[in-house]
Design a protein around this ligand. Structure first.
Ligand code: GDP
Ligand code: MG
Length: 312
């Protein structure tokens, strides 16, 4: 059995190497800790995608402890950086909003093309099924025929019912049917896949609003969560993307994908510092087990190369 922390560690390897090198290169050897080394650390954190506000805060904490004589080694430095990052990542944390007792929890997945909506839904279905939950999937990306097939494959793999319609059908009517089916079957979760053409297309935003309304018509109070999948490897661009989607589709949380393929893990800290949304899951690889509930503790510890905080 792989421990969950080891999945975080492996998935964040590229970022960890970059961050460790950053810290190591500043505070090693003969180089004295000085105003310049703090400036340099700040620049390197910004370059590692932590964003300006988070970088300033991390360096501020380190400088403060340093001046009070609380930093002797690089390990002290990494520990303080890690604690500061945990603080930032915990700010927005909350439990998932659920459906009425005995009724399904409805999660609407939105995001640009290729950001990982369909894959995340498949991985979530696998996770919920492993917990013995009943899951219904809704194929509301009727724009591409391949998208429906991709979801159907996940339906087979996870033994979940998939509600779909012909290519080009009205996504809102698929959502309507799927919500009815999930209620009728006493499902625990309804996961709704949507199309992801560019966020600046008014058509997509109108379509998502219409999907929301048709879910609510059948099941008042639903959807309980609207999650935006964000490809973390894209860097700073995703901040604007998140704002845009949030304004028009009422995003309630984030799923950060593809952290395994990138050295841009600092992005997650930037997103939390600059954007008021909790992160519920992160994608650390291609396997179902690589989608993990977001843990500020594991994340920060893996980022700064710490050992496992506790055994699984
Ligand atoms: N390495 C890696 N690949 C991912 C992750 N999440 C999604 N992908 C891949 O990204 C590609 C696009 O994902 P998809 O779910 O089809 O995106 P969608 O267009 O938003 O539905 C697929 O090839 C996925 O296998 C992740 O966490 N890590
Ligand atoms: Mg898709």
């Amino acid at each position: 059995m792989k421990s969950i922390f080891s999945i975080f560690k492996r998935g964040l390897e590229k970022t960890t190497t970059k961050v460790a090198r950053t810290i190591g290169s500043i505070f090693t050897g003969v180089k004295a800790h000085s105003a310049e080394s703090f400036d340099e650390l700040e620049e390197l954190l910004i370059a590692a995608d932590f964003g300006v506000p988070a970088s300033l805060r991390i360096v501020g904490e380190i400088r403060d402890r340093y001046e009070r004589g609380a930093i002797a080694t690089n390990a002290d430095l990494a520990r303080i950086a890690s604690e500061t990052v945990k603080d930032i990542l915990r700010q927005r944390a909350r439990a998932i909003h659920t459906g009425e007792p005995g009724k399904p929890t409805v999660i609407l997945m939105v995001g640009v093309n290729g950001s990982g909506k369909t894959t995340t839904i498949g991985k979530l279905a696998a996770r919920f099924r492993a917990d013995g939950r009943r899951v219904v999937l809704a194929a509301c990306d009727t724009f591409r025929a391949a998208a429906v097939e991709q979801l159907q494959l996940w339906g087979e793999r996870t033994d979940s019912q998939v509600v779909s319609a012909k290519h080009g059908a009205d996504p809102a009517s698929v959502a309507y049917d799927a919500t009815q089916a999930a209620l009728a079957r006493n499902a625990d979760y309804l996961l709704i896949d949507t199309a992801g053409r560019q966020h600046n297309q008014k058509g997509l935003m109108d379509e998502l609003a219409k999907i929301r309304r048709s879910i609510e018509k059948v099941y008042p109070g639903a959807p309980h969560e609207v999650w935006l999948t964000v490809d973390a490897s894209l860097g700073g661009n995703v901040l604007n993307q998140a704002r845009e989607f949030s304004k028009t589709t009422g995003v309630t949380g984030l799923v950060l994908t593809k952290l395994d393929g990138t050295g841009k893990g600092g992005m997650v800290v930037a997103l939390h510092q600059e954007f008021e949304l909790p992160t519920f899951f992160i994608g650390l690889g291609e396997q179902p087990e690589d989608l993990q509930p977001f843990s500020p503790e594991y994340y920060a510890d893996a980022l700064f190369g710490e050992e496992a905080p506790r055994e699984e």
